[in-house]
Design a protein around this ligand. Structure first.
Ligand SMILES: [Zn+2]
Length: 193
């Protein structure tokens, strides 16, 4: 067992692979134009090499229409038009002819059953869900998707896809220069004052 107290500050600040790619999920989700929820997903191979990313979006070439009707959750329209982050990551890999067999997918909360089937069929055999993100999602949606989650868990177990809920802090970017940690946002972003 490693004791955190004996780690150097550099080791403590160094994100592990799970933290790195889960943080990336939230960052990539920021590209989404879904007016209700932004989700990002990352796929890596067994050597932790980044393979594909995706966020929930309209398909390529499909534009948000006037008044954003296509994106409307209230009218139920977005469910016809918007593709989910996990499947977009899978499709982005397909565009490049990338094999996903044996890969690992990161996502902030449990995939829906449509994405779960796509995950199984593409050969992805491991899914990492952000425990903190799942807890947030459950409280925010009042457990609305629990039935779906149960079916997804059942499907993954039967198909041999390992799904883990991992508790972790997400990472805030910093610069390390001359042995010193500096706030990346403060030091790099333009100040419009
Ligand atoms: Zn989905």
């Amino acid at each position: 067992m490693s004791n955190d107290n004996f780690l150097s500050i550099e080791e403590k600040k160094r994100p592990d692979w799970d933290q790195l790619y889960m943080t990336m999920c939230y960052l990539i989700g920021m590209r989404s134009r879904d007016p209700s929820t932004h989700v990002g997903s990352v796929i890596v191979d067994s050597d932790n090499v980044l393979v594909a990313t995706g966020y929930n979006s309209l398909p390529r070439g499909i534009a948000p229409d006037m008044y954003n009707k296509r994106l409307s959750r209230e009218q139920g329209e977005k469910y016809y038009w918007i593709e989910h982050a996990e499947r977009n990551a899978i499709f982005n890999a397909a565009r490049r002819g990338t094999i996903l067999k044996g890969c690992k997918l990161y996502v902030p909360w449990t995939p829906c059953s449509d994405c779960a089937r796509a995950i199984i069929q593409s050969g992805i055999d491991e899914v990492v869900v952000h425990k903190n993100g799942q807890d947030f999602y459950d409280s925010y949606t009042n457990g609305k998707w629990k039935d779906s989650e149960e079916r997804v868990k059942e499907m993954f177990i039967e198909a041999g896809v390992l799904m883990q809920y991992i508790e972790m802090d997400i990472v805030v970017p910093e610069i390390f220069m001359n042995g010193e940690y500096l706030d990346a946002v403060v030091n790099l972003n333009q100040k419009n004052e």
